[in-house]
Write a protein that binds this ligand. Sequence first.
Ligand code: TXA
Ligand code: MG
Length: 343
Amino acid sequence: MRILSTSTEDLKICSDLLKNGETVAIPTETVYGLAANALKSEAVEKIFLAKGRPADNPLIVHISDISSFSEYCYPTDEAYALAEKFWPGPLTVILPKKDVIPAIVSAGLDTVAIRMPSHPTARKIIENCGFPLAAPSANISGKPSPTRAEHVISDMENNPYVSAVVNGGPCECGVESTVVSLTGEHPCLLRPGAVTVEQLKEVLPDLTVAEAVLQSLPENEKALSPGLKHKHYAPDAETVCLCGSTESAVGYIERHKDGRKTTVICFEGEENCFCDCKTIVYGSPDKPETLAENVFDALRKADVSGCEKIYVRCAPPKGTALAVYNRLLRASNFCVINTEEET
Ligand code: TXA
Ligand code: MG
């Protein structure tokens, strides 16, 4: 796997690889994506092989200008209203798909996910290519999403299906795009992200929120978005989310000591509160964007530290913190404890 910079020459190499049907990990404002030509099945197949991604989990198609939006799907008035307000940026919309998008991209569904990223490097690469890029997060399926080039390298270094990574530094948002389906009776939030429910409701007053956003689905229930049902973001160590005050979290951890090497992913100001535990600060609940920016990096750091148990402090699931909470629910396999209630 080659490591490329964001220089004009390296971005030319990147688009040549993509034109040649290869996959390249590229930075976006949300997370790193593993990109391939969205119009070529054989290229897209390499993404699934590289990630070990289940074939029933569809990919997002990335475009660089609004004029190509209607080439790949049938946009509605609501879709254009969202595009006008939030594109380029961390929002994905699901719409009925046109036939140019191969079935492998949409996992056989008759809908397709489209997004126009705001990251200048991602946009430049799509423009150079002249075709849209299918790109899921560039991690091995099930692992925390990559928000730094080093995360991609750690997952994909010797992967025969990945030709290069473009190092664009850390990603600004740190969590994947907000996903909204416009194919049902009412618009529906399938995945929370940096574009918040509150912001979406200004354009879509009748927005609903899929149950799976905050809850685990029963085994046999059909998910609106296949991505909601797969295991996700999980570090190797057992992970438990703790909601509540610092004091009550300290008490909980103290009462549940079991001799295992423990890391606490905590808020700013809490780093000296948990005796006998290693701590990783990931941001402040007053500034939930900082939590989003660092959450995946913190989960990966905790794993690398070789601990046997991870506690993560959770902020109330509002605004941007809803996206963080949604990822932590999955990272912990829905193990969430309210330390205020636990006795
Ligand atoms: O921020 C992002 O969205 C990043 C960057 C690289 O753009 N990409 C990303 O892709 O997170 P991925 O594949 O990790 O997540 C795509 C999500 C999955 O949950 C998938 O199931 C859902 O979007 N999805 C894609 N197409 C869909 C469709 N036609 N219907 C319902 N859900 C769909
Ligand atoms: Mg992903």
